[in-house]
Design a protein around this ligand. Sequence first.
Ligand code: ADP
Length: 670
Amino acid sequence: MAAFTTRRSQLQWLALLAVAVVLPTVSLLWFMSRVIANERLVVRQKLTALYQDKLIDASAKTESLFAARLASLDKIKPAANPYALFRRLVLEENCQGVVVWDVDGSAVYPQLVDVAGSDTPTGSLLAEARQQEFARKQYAEAAQLYHQLSTDSDPRVAVTAIVGWSRCLSRLGRPEEAIDECQKAAFAVPPDREDAAWRLAVENARLLLLSLLKQAGPSPSHSEILHRTVNALGNDLYHPAGDRALLPADQNLFIAKKVLEALRNSNAAEDAKTRDKLEKLAAAEELSIAAAEKLRPLTGQFDGFFETDLDPKPVYGLRHRSPSSTLLVLLSGTGITPALSGYHDAFAGSESAYRILDAAGNFAAGTPQPEGKSFTTADLPAAFPGWKVELYFIGGDVFEKAANRQIAVYVWTGILVIVLILIAGGFATQAIGKQIRLNRMKNDFIATVSHELKTPLASMRLLVDTLLEGNVRDEAQAKEYLRLTVKENERLSRMIENFPTFSRMERNKMAFTIVDTKPAAIASDAIESVKTKFAAHNCHLAVDIADDLPEIQADHDAIVTVLVNLLDNACKYTTDDKRVSLRIFPDDGFVCFVVSDNGIGLARRHLRKIFDRFYQVDSSLARKAEGCGLGLSIVKFIVDAHKGKITVESKPGRGSAFTVRLPVGRKNGD
Ligand code: ADP
């Protein structure tokens, strides 16, 4: 019944422990799953808010850039020389074209009309010369007429005549003279009031010179002239000086094409620069011409980018009214990028990519094809009507990543707490287990003790009853019974004497004071204690203690108890010629205490059991001997507590040897 109750209480304890561990763990896991779900939501909200702030910043920056651009357009005075404005916008501000109208909407730039006065008046000598040259192919006559006109007071006529003259000289097979003459026209000194017709005639002379040089073939002097001519053409194109006459746009383009052709094969760094600039300017002029022809100056979107259909690729126009003119600035895809740099600055190096789409949904800036789905979009400022910016996360969903980072922190904390709960549970299990074992031991002990007490009490009662009833033969037998009663009584007393020690020991309360101790001193105290008994039993004790024994780590009194028990047993379990020896010697970090006797010995099957509580070998001598079966279990307990070892070697009828090995002290050991 008692065992059953104990088992039930054990189960109750374990169930309680399981609940104490499992309940908080399950609650924690549930709580963590809720937190994780919430965390995802919170992170999404936080990040979206963060990126929306960035979008607001980028939009503000774009607006201020745009305002600065408008302010700079307001400062432009195109009337002086539109090329100055054209060059600045194209070469410095990355525009791909510009159209300037005056306040009434008349085109100021690009110049689309023909140059006034460039036609040859009919009936003039120049017309006659042209007739001879082109219609009749009379080059000699034509050359003569041109020669006459080459000193004409009208600088345009003079230059045109020189050009015709050198053309005819070339036809007449006199290329060198043709080149010489043509140079005079190509590098003619500008008249006081330069007009477009004169400028056009000079540029024509230069173009003729280029073709004459090409026909004549290469020579050092020719290449020098060629270089000069190309430079002169290139420098005059889009010249920003205020006193320059403007050429029609298509003339400019024609000249630009020729210059680019001439420079195409040059490797000189300066030529490459000129080529680069001219290419940009020519392309811009071409786009500007198309815009001037197609787009109306005074109606449509103002101060905001709109998409033109000037080119298959997107070209954005920006109309702006300044106090003196109406401007149309043209920007291609690359040209618009600086205007959107606010977005680049806000999102470069972040975990997100942006993509800006114009009103028609064309890609305008950012990452052309970002991965995944955009997580937020916004409108661009008013200057970009209908434009949108989309935000994407680079390399997967950042919401998920950020949430996962936070979740990892929670999970690890949760795991840590669970581990701590489990460790605490483990400790509690151990403590409870120990308590349960102790209880069981106590119960066993009480059961064993009551059982062991019964035997001497029963035999005493039997002896005393016999005496009382007078069932004795003589006085000698009565004395014998009384002697036996005394012996049983002594056994009972010894048992009872041992109980407290044993009980204390069982409860682990026997605290040993383990210090460095001299083995010889232990031996001498033990011998002292058994001396009288040995003498009384005529037991011979041989002692052999090695010199220079190291100190051992031991509780002096406890080891004395060990030796006294072993010596006592050795004396008890020997018959007539009692010879007991005690040897003490060092052995590899230990000190060995060997107690041997020439007594009854032990059968193999008993060797292990003799260290159990109350175990006694059932032999006639063992029965006769005083003892209660607790001695060796106490010995083993003490030796174990010293981290030592006890072994026994024995042969029935030959004797036994008990060896106790104890570790040497710190001073001597390692
Ligand atoms: P006890 O009080 O009976 O001596 P111990 O625990 O000291 O109890 O010993 C247990 C049993 O081991 C003894 O009953 C005895 O049978 C056996 N024993 C102990 N020491 C010796 C020995 N030196 N020679 C033979 N048997 C021994």
